[in-house]
Write a protein that binds this ligand. Structure first.
Ligand code: PHE
Length: 451
C-alpha cells in the first residue's frame, strides 16, 4: 500500500479523473457513434443517459473507492466483507484491460497522423485523405507497432511515477485542446454546405430511434465517463476526505459532454461539406479532419499546418491520460493483490494488452478474417465492453451502494460526514436504488427483444 501515496495531491486527483474521462471517447468515438446512429436523436439519448444514469453511477464508484482506499477488487471485497461483490471489481479490471487493448490501436492511428502532419504527408484532396487512411490502416505491422508503442509509453509513465507530472501538464494542455476545438468548430462551420452537418447533429429525427440506438447511447455515455470499469473507483481511492463527490462527478460529466459536443460540431459540418458519409464508422475523424485543416486554412497554409500538428499532439496527449487510467487499474490490482513490485504488475498488464492490441489492429487491417460473432475482433471488443460490460459494471456498482453498503457509510461519503450535499442525499439514494438499475436493465431487455 505504500505506493498509493505517490498520487496524493488534491489537484492532481481531480485532473487525473477528468483526464481519464476526456479522451478518444469524446473526439473519436462520440462522432462516429453519433454518425452511425442517426445524429441529433442519439445525442439527446446520450445526454439523458449521462444525467440519469452516468452521474449517479460515477458517485457510486467514487463512494466505494474513497471509502475503501484500495484497488477496485479489494475495495468491493472490503465493503462486502467477502461476499461475491468483489466480482464487480474483477469485471471492471477486465473491462479496462480489454478497452486498453483496442483503444491503443486508435491512439496509435493518432500517433501516425501526428507524424504525417509533421511531415506534411496527410494533405491533399478529399480522395487522397480517404485513401491515405485506407492504405495506412491496412498495412499489417505499422499500425500495430504504433499501438504497442503507445502501451509501452503508458507503462513507462505508470511505473516511473512521472504520472503526477503528466496530470499537472494536463492542467495547461486540456484548456488548449478546448480552445483549439473551438477554433476548429468555427473553421469547420465556415466550409460550404456545413449547415447540413449542423442540422444532422442538432435537429433530432425521432424516426431514427430504436432499441439499438438506445443501447449505443448508454454504452457511449459510460465509455466516455470511464464508468463501469472500476477506473473511477480506483482513482477515488486517492481522493481526499474533503473532495465533494457530487460536485466532482457533475463537473467531470459537464466537461466531458462539452468536449464531445464540440467534437461533433467540428466533424459533422466538415464531413457533410466534403462528402464523407457520417456513418462511415471508426475512420470518420481520420478521413474528415485533414480536410478541415487544409480547406479552412487554405489562405494561411502555414497556420493550417501548425494547427494540424498541435491538434494531433493534443489528441495523443488526451488519449494518454486515458490509457494511464486503464493501465493503473490493473497495475494497482496486481501490486496490492499479489504483493508484487509495481514494475512487475505493470508488465503483466502491458504484455496482455499489447497482445490484444496487435490482434485488434490486424483485424481491422491486414487480416479481416479475425472475426468474432461476425464482427472484426476490434469491433467485438469495443461493442462487448461499451454496450455490455460497462453498463453491467455501472448497474452493479449502483445496486451495491444502493442496497448493500451500510447507509451510514453511504451517507458519510456522500455528505463528507454531514458537512455538504445533505439535501441531495435522498434523491441520490432513490436514483441508485431504483432508477439506475431498472433503467439499465430495461435497455438490456429492450435490446434482447424481450420488451
Ligand atoms: N473515458 C475515456 C475516453 O473517453 C475512455 C476510458 C474508458 C478510460 C474506460 C478509462 C476507462 O476516452
Amino acid at each position: 500500500m505504500s505506493e498509493r501515496d505517490n498520487f496524493g495531491s488534491k489537484l492532481g486527483i481531480v485532473l487525473a479523473t477528468a483526464g481519464s474521462a476526456v479522451g478518444l471517447g469524446n473526439v473519436w468515438r462520440f462522432p462516429y457513434m453519433t454518425g452511425q446512429n442517426g445524429g441529433a436523436a442519439f445525442l439527446l439519448l446520450y445526454i439523458l443517459c449521462i444525467l440519469l444514469l452516468g452521474i449517479p453511477g460515477m458517485i457510486s464508484e467514487f463512494i466505494v473507492g474513497r471509502h475503501a482506499q484500495a484497488n477496485a477488487a479489494y475495495a468491493y471485497d472490503k465493503l462486502s466483507r467477502g461476499r461475491p461483490w468483489r466480482l464487480v471489481g474483477y469485471l471492471g479490471i477486465f473491462s479496462a484491460s480489454v478497452i486498453l487493448g483496442f483503444y491503443a490501436v486508435v491512439a496509435g492511428w493518432c500517433c501516425q497522423y501526428l507524424y504525417a502532419a509533421i511531415s506534411g504527408e496527410v494533405s491533399g484532396d478529399a480522395d487522397y485523405v480517404r485513401n491515405y487512411f485506407a492504405t495506412f490502416s491496412s498495412n499489417a505491422w505499422q499500425p500495430a507497432l504504433w499501438g504497442v508503442a503507445f502501451i509501452v509509453l503508458t507503462h513507462v509513465i505508470v511505473v516511473k511515477g512521472v504520472r503526477l507530472g503528466i496530470e499537472r501538464a494536463s492542467k495547461w494542455l486540456m484548456p488548449i485542446l478546448f480552445v483549439l476545438l473551438l477554433i476548429l468548430v468555427v473553421a469547420s462551420c465556415s466550409l460550404p454546405g456545413s449547415i447540413n452537418g449542423i442540422r444532422f447533429l442538432l435537429m433530432p429525427d425521432f424516426s431514427k430511434l430504436n432499441s439499438h440506438v438506445l443501447l449505443e447511447a448508454l454504452g457511449q455515455a459510460f465509455f466516455s465517463l470511464s464508468l463501469g470499469t472500476a477506473c473511477l473507483c480506483t482513482y477515488a481511492s486517492y481522493f481526499s476526505r474533503q473532495t465533494n463527490l457530487l460536485q466532482s462527478a457533475g463537473q467531470i460529466a459537464v466537461l466531458d459532454t462539452l468536449v464531445a459536443l464540440l467534437s461533433g460540431l467540428m466533424i459533422f459540418p466538415a464531413a457533410f461539406s466534403v462528402g464523407v458519409s457520417p456513418d462511415c464508422g471508426p475512420s470518420l475523424i481520420f478521413i474528415t479532419l485533414p480536410n478541415v485543416f487544409q480547406q479552412a486554412f487554405s489562405m494561411m497554409p502555414l497556420v493550417g499546418y501548425l494547427v494540424c500538428i498541435l491538434f494531433y499532439a493534443l489528441l495523443v496527449f488526451a488519449a494518454l491520460t486515458s490509457t494511464i487510467s486503464m493501465h493503473e487499474i490493473g497495475t494497482a490490482f496486481f501490486t496490492e493483490k499479489f504483493n508484487l513490485k509495481r514494475r512487475y504488475s505493470a508488465w503483466i498488464v502491458t504484455t496482455a494488452t499489447a497482445i490484444l492490441c496487435v490482434f485488434c489492429s490486424l483485424s481491422v487491417g491486414a487480416y479481416p478474417d479475425l472475426q468474432v460473432l461476425g464482427m472484426s475482433l476490434m469491433d467485438f471488443c469495443d461493442q462487448m465492453t461499451a454496450n455490455f460490460m460497462l453498463p453491467l459494471g455501472g448497474m452493479l456498482a449502483c445496486l451495491f451502494v444502493g442496497w448493500y453498503v451500510p447507509k451510514k457509510t453511504v451517507h458519510a461519503e456522500f455528505t463528507n460526514e454531514g458537512s455538504t450535499n445533505q439535501r441531495f442525499y435522498h434523491v441520490y439514494l432513490f436514483v441508485v436504488r431504483y432508477v439506475c438499475p431498472t433503467g439499465i436493465l430495461l435497455v438490456f431487455l429492450h435490446q434482447l427483444g424481450v420488451l
